[in-house]
Ligand binder design. Structure first.
Ligand code: SF4
Ligand code: SF4
Length: 461
């Protein structure tokens, strides 16, 4: 009898270990609750973010918008231009460093809770369970013959998946084309070619990745899983099975063995279909669902929870011989993180909302006026990076008696470039001659501190 129970259990586990489609058993617990909280939070931000509007200088527009056509990125009150690429690079370095730090502390935590692949797989699996039933119902349905019921259930599931994928694609494109313009255009089939391409591509991408590829992405496609080991050390806490406490496994009711009752539920709930009792594996995304499962089992059999838990290699080997803090790896990642944050804040503070390009008039090097003065002509490109119209005042210095001829204050619309033609005049009877260095100083009329100095040259006979 004992042997046949064990055979059935082993056969059932084999079903979950096999490399085909995984139908994970649902589980309740603190890590599952945390995972769902993060799903709600990330999707609330993603689906809702493109509907926020922001008013600045009397103009209301989408709060977060990558306006590629006009080379601007609106982030609430901040307008970033291509020349702010350094800030984007710093943001990416910041994200990567934070990921390294989290990985060194708690392994593949990002994968298990916040990675879009995990988040969308969780949503798609939830829909699948609502339509087709629990993990055993789904297994039976997949392995059963084709029937009207099967076709109806599969059809309903795929329709819902496609609906979510389509809305995800619309939301994604809505961060590049204002969503309030995109939806009416979509309704009459009047989207541009790029929008059409990304709507189809991102929709299909979501559908395939979350509906079909699922854990295969984490196991075989994700580069992060390959190099995460570099960030690990013996103090990194990952989801682990406490072999010293669990082994030798014994069927429930046995005596004298370890705490693992070999129920296999930790394998049944695993979204990547692995058995954590075999040790740390590439496929483990640290989602903690096996912890929830095992804690439930331990509680039921009256044993302390934590047979599977977040634990480091050092902790599992015996009493911790070193404290978690003070690890050089953490100090390096933490220091780098602070340095990038400081550099980003400094760059943002130093960022000038005015840019000036000075071009000499190539048509004529110089011109002598009837009054005996020498004139040179220039084109100044005044770029107002601010979200409000501004007036800029131009001054020049470098040659005795040099002055601007005509207008010296210029209004530039918000977020635009205005080319202006300027003539400089200097006395012709000066002792100087040839090419003389000069400087243009352009300052905002409302804020003299916001100024730019550009070198140029003035040609004398
Ligand atoms: S859930 Fe716990 S008791 Fe059951 S097989 Fe897994 S480790 Fe053993
Ligand atoms: S072994 Fe546990 S933590 Fe790892 S993926 Fe499976 S359920 Fe998640």
């Amino acid at each position: 009898m004992g042997k046949s129970v064990s055979k059935v259990r082993e056969a059932k586990l084999e079903l979950y270990r096999r490399k085909g489609k995984i139908h994970a058993r649902a589980v309740a617990g603190r890590f599952n609750a945390l995972r769902w909280a993060i799903v709600w939070l990330t999707q609330f931000v993603f689906y809702g973010g493109c509907w926020l509007t922001w008013e600045s200088n009397g103009i209301a527009r989408q709060a977060v918008l990558f306006d590629i056509a006009h080379e601007k990125f609106y982030l609430f009150g901040l307008v970033l231009w291509p020349q702010d690429a350094l800030l984007l690079a710093l943001a990416l370095i910041l994200a990567a460093t934070a990921l390294f730090l989290v990985t060194a502390l708690a392994g593949r935590l990002f994968c298990g809770f916040a990675c879009p692949q995990t988040v969308y797989t969780t949503i798609f699996t939830w829909i699948e369970a609502k339509v087709e039933g629990d993990h055993l119902d789904r297994l039976r349905l997949d392995q059963g013959p084709t029937s009207a019921r099967k076709l109806m259930l599969k059809g309903a599931k795929h329709s819902l998946w496609l609906l979510i994928a389509a809305w995800t694609a619309i939301t994604f494109v809505g961060y590049f084309t204002p969503i309030r313009e995109l939806l009416p255009a979509l309704a009459v089939g009047d989207t541009g070619p790029w929008e059409g391409f990304w709507l189809v591509f991102y929709g299909l991408f979501t559908y395939v990745q979350a509906g079909f590829a699922r854990e295969a992405v984490c196991q075989h496609m994700c580069p992060y899983s390959r190099f995460q080991g570099v960030m690990f050390d013996r103090n990194t806490a990952t989801v682990s099975y406490d072999i010293r406490r669990g082994e030798p496994r014994q069927a429930r009711g046995g005596a004298g063995g370890g705490d693992c009752i070999d129920c296999g539920i930790c394998v049944e709930v695993c979204p990547t279909g692995i058995d954590i009792r075999d040790g740390l594996q590439l496929g483990c995304i640290n989602c903690g669902l096996c912890i929830d499962a095992c804690d439930t089992v331990m509680t039921r059999v009256g044993k302390p929870i934590g047979l599977i838990r977040f634990a480091s290699e050092r902790e599992l080997a015996g009493p911790a011989s070193a404290a978690r803090g003070g690890r050089p790896r953490l100090a390096v990642y933490g220091g780098l993180l602070l340095a990038v944050v400081a550099l980003g804040a400094w760059s943002l503070g130093q960022r000038s909302l005015l840019q000036v390009d000075v071009l000499r008039d190539r048509g004529a090097l110089l011109r002598e006026t009837p009054a005996g003065r020498i004139e040179n002509a220039y084109t100044l490109k005044l770029k107002n990076l601010d979200d409000a119209p501004r007036e800029f005042v131009v001054e020049v210095s470098g040659v005795p008696g040099i002055e601007l001829v005509g207008e010296r204050a210029f209004a530039v619309a918000a977020g635009s470039v205005r080319p202006v033609s300027l003539t400089l005049s200097a006395p012709g009877d000066t002792a100087l001659s040839g090419v003389r260095p000069i400087t243009f100083r352009v300052a905002a009329a409302q804020d003299a501190a916001a100024s730019v100095v550009e070198p140029s040259s003035f040609i004398l006979p």
